[in-house]
Ligand binder design. Structure first.
Ligand code: ADP
Ligand code: MG
Length: 597
């Protein structure tokens, strides 16, 4: 494997890299860094969001500028204030061992005088949003007439946001003989125009396929009636208790409305749109970064450039008008090698849009059903049980224990567990008990049938069986690696496992009924690293309907296997750290679970 050492970076930068914990360069870094270091050239680099583009231009730029001169030598243009700050921050970390290197951020919504003062003190590298940059040039507060390097970061997003004219203006203030490095996730026509107009026979590198979303993203759609969008959204959130998501609406008004409703309904939600003041937007973004907000409802413009890793779900509350916009939305998840899910809530009449997107992104959507009320209850139940299991005991409780014991006297363990669980569970149960099915397309009542109380109720009519398994995200799994794990362990074919839903400490998946015996047999007394891994047939058939179309992205490809290897490593670490749970936990679950219902 290539190491950073092989790319030509100097020792002080390698030290900074090692402090950052980067072990080996990402593909775009491996390709771009040597080119940029070795030659004075223009470059067009296409790589998806989350592939490490900042470091791909950041390190060569820092190595090439002269820190003994205070002249501005490098200009980085980026679409949003958030990104601008992030890049600045990263570059400051990269250059921590360089003496006298100053990186200054220039962006709207903050004092222009302060920024001008920082520039005046000498900034070899300026990171700017186009609007504020143009403003400062106009007022003579910044001089970019001597730069050697100009980086257009997230060029597609800048152009999407209507910065074409500003960029042209800014570039006309730069010298002809500089090098221009353009980084972009996609290559729409406008980007080629910029490349043609402002660059001289640029070298080109492409990582992954052009114009497609990251293959680590699973795309799903849910067909509901037009009025059921909001209840559907709630159910999607309730089936994913640990969701960390961006929810896209089309208008500012809808964005505000949906966020308000979510907050009213007790979710950790926030709104991000252009009618908010910069200050309000900062507050929301900060809470989101700190994960105090789990559901960020945003317009496309406001969300551009949100550069937060770990986003588990992107939810398209409404589809965008432009297909390109969908790519940007779904690119907010599945970053930095993690997997993510992009969900689309559609009405029947919008289904053809799904087709169009599939064509564009070269990836199939999976048709999924909005979970039924009882499925949500089941998930919440496991979530709660796991939460109790993982809760650290507060020793302060000891002081009150005698009194508490008095109160709870005479209640046996089984009963006590039921009561504890009911405290929270009843809330969901009462809410969802007897609620209607939100799915509008065919076979809407399939899930209901699967739930009937007769003997073989757990095998739904379509022959799919849904399982519960007691490992999840906390054990280092995502939907891809869990699928691989199950496939390898039970020795099943590539497409035999579907509808994999990974939750925090447990998961669900489906197979055809024919595989049930093999699965249950394999997972009898089955241990991974000393820990019991238990699989049971779920009470709810889950996801309704037949198996969705499979995503092409899973059919081979180096990326998948690399991710899996890493995940396996991670999994081992985590379970080892946790220690082995008691050996009875696996065996007893069946009984307990049925008792709760
Ligand atoms: P992009 O600009 O392509 O969307 P970023 O430059 O924002 O991606 O990088 C995404 C994330 O990956 C960041 O958190 C960054 O710190 C991390 N990262 C970048 N390069 C590496 C690397 N070589 N090894 C590990 N993590 C990396
Ligand atoms: Mg970037």
């Amino acid at each position: 494997m290539t190491k950073f050492e092989a790319l030509g970076l100097k020792q002080s930068l390698l030290n900074a890299i090692s402090d950052l914990g980067f072990e080996s360069p990402s593909e775009v870094q491996e390709k771009a860094i040597p080119i940029l270091l070795e030659s004075e050239t223009d470059l067009v680099a296409l790589a998806q969001t989350g592939t490490g583009k900042t470091a791909a231009f950041g390190f060569p730029l820092i190595q090439k500028i002269h820190s003994d001169s205070r002249t501005t030598q490098g200009l980085i243009l980026s679409p949003t204030r958030e990104l601008c700050l992030q890049i600045t921050n990263e570059l400051q970390l990269y250059s921590k061992y360089e003496k006298g290197v100053n990186v200054v951020a220039i962006y709207g919504g903050a004092s222009i005088t302060d920024q001008a003062r920082q520039i005046k003190r000498g900034a070899q590298i300026v990171v700017a949003t186009p609007g504020r940059m143009k403003d400062m040039i106009g007022r003579g507060l910044v001089d970019i007439s001597k730069i050697d390097y100009c980086v257009l970061d997230e060029a597609d997003e800048m152009l999407n946001m209507g910065f074409m004219e500003d960029i042209k203006d800014i570039l006309s203030n730069t010298p002809k003989e500089k090098s221009t490095w353009l980084f972009s996730a996609t290559m729409p026509r406008e980007v080629s125009v910029i490349a043609k107009k402002f660059m001289h026979s640029p070298q080109e590198i492409t990582v992954g396929t052009k114009n497609s979303g990251a293959t680590t993203v699973q795309h799903e759609y849910y067909v509901v009636g037009g009025r059921d969008r909001y209840p559907a959204l709630k159910r999607l959130a309730d089936t994913n208790p640990d969701i960390f998501s961006v929810i896209f609406c089309r208008t500012k008004r809808d964005t505000q409305k949906v966020a308000e409703k979510l907050i009213e309904d007790g979710y950790n939600a926030g709104a991000l749109h252009g009618d908010l003041s910069q200050n309000q937007r900062d507050l929301v973004m900060n809470s989101f970064r700190k994960k105090q907000i789990q559901m960020l409802v945003a317009t496309d413009v406001a969300a551009r450039g949100i550069d937060v890793d770990d986003i588990t779900h992107v939810i398209n509350y409404q589809l965008p008008d432009e297909i390109e916009t969908y790519t940007h939305r779904s690119g907010r998840t599945g970053r930095a090698g993690k997997s993510g899910i992009s969900m689309v809530i559609v009405t029947r009449s919008e289904l053809r849009k799904i087709k169009a997107i599939e064509n564009k992104i070269q990836q199939d959507f999976i048709s999924k059903k909005i979970p039924t009320g009882m499925e949500i209850c089941e998930i919440q139940l496991y979530h709660l049980a796991n939460k109790i299991k993982d809760t650290k005991v507060n020793e302060e409780v000891d002081n009150y224990l005698p009194a508490i014991n008095d109160v709870l006297q005479g209640i046996d363990r089984e009963e006590l567990i039921k009561k504890i669980i009911s405290v929270e569970f009843t809330r969901f149960f009462n809410y969802y008990n007897k609620t209607k099915d939100l799915n509008t397309s065919d076979s809407g009542d399939r899930a209901e049938r699967g739930r009937s109380r007769d003997g073989d109720s757990r095998v739904p009519a379509d022959g799919n069986v849904r399982y519960f398994i007691n490992v999840g995200e906390k054990d280092g799994y995502d939907w891809m690696s869990l699928k691989d794990f199950l496939r390898d362990t039970v020795n099943l074919g590539k497409d035999d496992i579907f509808k994999v839903d990974v939750k925090d400490s447990f998961s669900f998946f489906n197979t055809d009924a024919a595989a049930t015996e093999a699965i249950l047999k394999t997972f009898t007394e089955f241990k991974v690293d000393g820990r019991f891994v238990n699989v049971e047939v779920s009470k709810n058939p889950g996801g309704g309907g037949g198996r969705g179309r499979r995503d092409r992205s899973r059919s081979g490809g180096g990326r998948d296997s690399r991710d899996n290897d890493r995940n396996k490593g991670r999994r081992r670490d985590r379970s080892a750290a946790k220690g082995s749970p008691s050996s009875s936990s696996g065996k007893r679950r069946t009984k307990r679970k049925s008792d709760f219902f």
